[in-house]
Design a protein around this ligand. Sequence first.
Ligand code: XMP
Length: 519
Amino acid sequence: MRESSSLEKILVLDFGAQYAHLICRRVREMGVYAELVPFDISPKEIRQRKARGLILSGGPRSVYDKRAPLPSKEIYDLGLPVLGICYGLQALVYQNGGKVVRSNNREYGKASLSIVDKQNTLFQGISDPTLCWMSHGDAAEKLPPGFSSIATSDNSPYAAIASGNMYAVQFHPEVTHTLEGNRILSNFVFDICQCERNWSTESMIEDAISELQSKIGPSDRVLCALSGGVDSSTTAALLEKAIGKRLYCVFVDNGLLREGERQQVENLFRPRLGKNLIVVDDSRKFLSKLKGVKDPEKKRKIVGREFIQSFERISRKLGKITWLAQGTLYTDIVESAKSGATKDAQSKIKSHHNVGGLPGIMGFKLIEPLKDLYKDEVRKVARTLGLPSSLILSHPFPGPGLAVRVIGEVTREKLRIARKASAIVEGELRMAGLYEKLWQAYASVGDDEATGVKGDSREVGRVVIVRVVESIDAMTADWTRLPYEILERISNRITNEVLGVTWVTYAVSSKPPSTIEPQ
Ligand code: XMP
């Protein structure tokens, strides 16, 4: 989502802090467009972009490091209001003739902030003292000429400083632990930078569309893989608005989908795309490759590989495709960039899901119109674009689909059971008004069998496991304490309506030690 020149905007110079993007998000939530830009952006570009103010983000380095990121000194002479945050304060102090030292009193966590200059616009309406969130090793020791301290904490005489329209704070106003952080940012944005509130979901969409139009050449064709989820659907809906019939969407039915999923995608996109929606039924191919495979990691790899092959085949047939569109979100990029076993695993998951690797293989150029947005922002865009709530609020569904909900070998019979039983679980939770409060809810099935009585005869059937979890970000999850009556209804309906099931069990393990999907 790039600038439209009429839009008032704040540029956030990125010095590498994990919170840098959060600053943009906070400003955007206030109705003002903010964009994260490289720390070494040229003063000329800042002028061209018609920025109303600059925020210097935090960062992990020390200003004295050899490879310390420092902005051009000229940014301080542009006459624009500047707000330095954490490392941003240190860079501002260092570049304007003050002194920064490695502090003996490192501050991490909550600190009490005492306001020295109560008249200062930055602290308008802020309580004194107030709680702020600190996370720094270095600190300013001597202020640049003309600057004075406007707030202190126990360990920082210079917790906030100012001179003219330059401000800097050692704490992080963008995190929620800083109680009045939003007010401080809004004082900067509205009262100091004098921005107007003109950034909304509608303007976000207009901007995204005009950016897509200027990026994609007038005769270029774009391919987008639809998964049925909100991210790829929103990407496709935006592109359809931007380039109409030059968008081709592919939906691969891999035989591992939820009940009604293929129909839902067709209902939604056929009227928009006509024959440019290509639905291929490759379920036989996927299921034959999965035959005899029990190992979950192998299943995931097979599904990923087969997907790429299906996709390649279709795009070759279409020919003359320049761009591949993906519904990558800001959080996907952050997840992939982090290291560590879980994060690596997650980025692999995402790369399957988002057909990563394809652009390289096929020489496509990549287009990711949602890459600056968080999930809830994408949901707002989706709603404004008229996508249905059932899609916008649907639970996450893994790329390898039911293959990871079937324990052991993937067979048509087990897929049928997992699919039908999951639809019952979801349906009952929707009826009870609980669905949208939960992270995920489904039924899985393995090879275990148990004896049941149906009518007058004994019958051996499958054991179905119902899993319903709550979670904020899928990194941890807790099983949901569902009311017994709902569990009872789910159990009765599954044994009555899904042929071949005799027992229903409820998973009462949290993550960790269990995971959300059984395989
Ligand atoms: P776990 O099972 O690791 O799942 O607790 C965390 C979240 O990720 C989803 N998930 C996947 N998504 N491909 C995906 O695209 C996968 O292979 C995969 N495995 C798990 C899971 O549904 C949950 O939301």
